[in-house]
Design a protein around this ligand. Sequence first.
Ligand code: GDP
Ligand code: MG
Length: 595
Amino acid sequence: MNNIRNFCIIAHIDHGKSTLADRLLEYTNTVAGKEMQAQVLDNMDLERERGITIKSHAIQMGYKLNGEEYVFNLIDTPGHVDFSYEVSRSIAACEGALLIVDATQGIQAQTISNLYMALEHDLEIIPIMNKMDMDNAMPEEVEDQIVELIGCKPEEIIRASGKTGMGVDEILEAIVNRIPAPKGDPEAPLQCLIFDSVFNSFRGIIAYFKIVNGTINKGDLVKFVNTEKEYSAEEIGILKLDMSPTKSLSAGNVGYIISGIKTSKEVKVGDTITHVKRPCPKSIEGFQEVKPMVFAGVYPIETEDFEDLRSSIEKLQLNDASLTFEAESSVALGFGFRCGFLGMLHMEIIQERLDREFDMNVITTVPNVSYKVYTNKGGLIEVHNPSGLPDIMAIDRIEEPYIRASIITRTDYIGQIMTLCLGKRGELVKQNYISGNRMELIYDLPLGEIVFDFYDRLKSISKGYASFDYHMNGFRPSKLIKLDILLNGESVDALSCLIHVDNAVSLGKRMCEKLKELIPRQQFDIAVQAAIGAKIISRETIKAVRKDVTAKCYGGDISRKRKLLEKQKKGKKRMKQIGNVEVPQKAFLEVLKLD
Ligand code: GDP
Ligand code: MG
């Protein structure tokens, strides 16, 4: 156990975590030359295409220093704010962290938030200044920032490049010399912390764990403490690029277990695995449950796919414990689920994964945050869906979630960013100078105002030179009202939203205009209206198409006509019939992306 090192790599997005992980795998000969491809650990197609890490990945490496053999368990983590939950779980399985800072960018918002998470778990931090090969690297300035942030000595910062391999040997030695070996007693009763799980269509459910105490052997009878279920450890092993079975694993190690677990409900990330015969006295302090903050309806395009959608979401949830769901129904869309997400990127990723991994074509409705509604009778209702809002007369007040945001940017962009935050009902809490021309702005903002396009707009205003991070900061009373959208007189519940009273009229107008762009013209005029209660506040008309596409086939070749209809049918993928109007999927999502 003295020769084990468990560590993670934390950094702001794009600062080079995955690339550096590649180098570590290469320098330790973990991945053979022909298997080596850029960002090997990002093994989900979606990750490779987008060039981002969504899931944390664990991998074991062997390393030799001064004749001693060491075992390294590396857990790569995602950097985007929506996935910080993954980071917190990885951190709990480690004793050390490589903190990477891009030498051309300096410290960014998630550098700070991830560092704090690592410090909370008492991890040993190895600061690394990456991308030193680039001409625009600013080593002196960034070194000062790092020293100030973590209070280390300048010579403790390793100068590196994931591209050229500079500093990689020094990093490997620092992992041995600076990160403590895991503690724990291999002879004690078994105590394993589950930090992740995946569904594999051949093997069933695979749980990843770190052994805090004790030893687990293949074939052992084990118990998952919180769910109180018992299993036989059919296969245990370590995580190389693939799974590599072993007979036995003891304290300090990171591994996987396959035990015939059938349903996702049986595995809880944060749960403890112990022996049935000699259980540990108490379970490991689990993870803080994350609370999803953005909610949206997810509906099958074809009504009969409802049960398939349920089982797909259940499987996805296994791999992503932050996803929540409950069945709901909508007048416009039929039966579906209200899912809870950590943020907008998370929601997009889930929709993509449903499509790719489960072949589920879904409609996702306009997202909203969760509201606390206090009724006149003193009751409290948590509303995750605007259509679930009680009658206005019964409401005493509505409270909405607030976040405390940290925005780090160059001083040139401060003015425009403040204007953006003000437009989103933000309140400036504090400004901190970081160095020379960089500042941190601390804002309190309603979460509902930032879920749609805040991040995109921040990026475009600052030309990419602003980073953003936030944490939840309680609920506050707000003057919110429900805005409804009607298509040809029929209210579309899936398009309803709650909005601050001052912004309702302008939002209603812009939503009508946007829907006019998003809904294709049909055989008849379509009235698009926005209403508050019974009052129509805005109206647009989508004019009918003049000619019937099939008209010219009448009397003509029947097979040509069929082909044409089939072509139309294909085009209808991701379209939903609402009353007599065909609404494309993107209308539900993009309707709130307003300029
Ligand atoms: P992550 O989001 O932290 O995992 O970052 P990635 O490893 O995906 O890297 C982000 C981008 O920076 C990619 O285009 C990499 O090729 C590039 N990159 C990473 N490390 C270096 C480096 O040391 N030097 C240079 N020039 N580019 C790098
Ligand atoms: Mg990455």
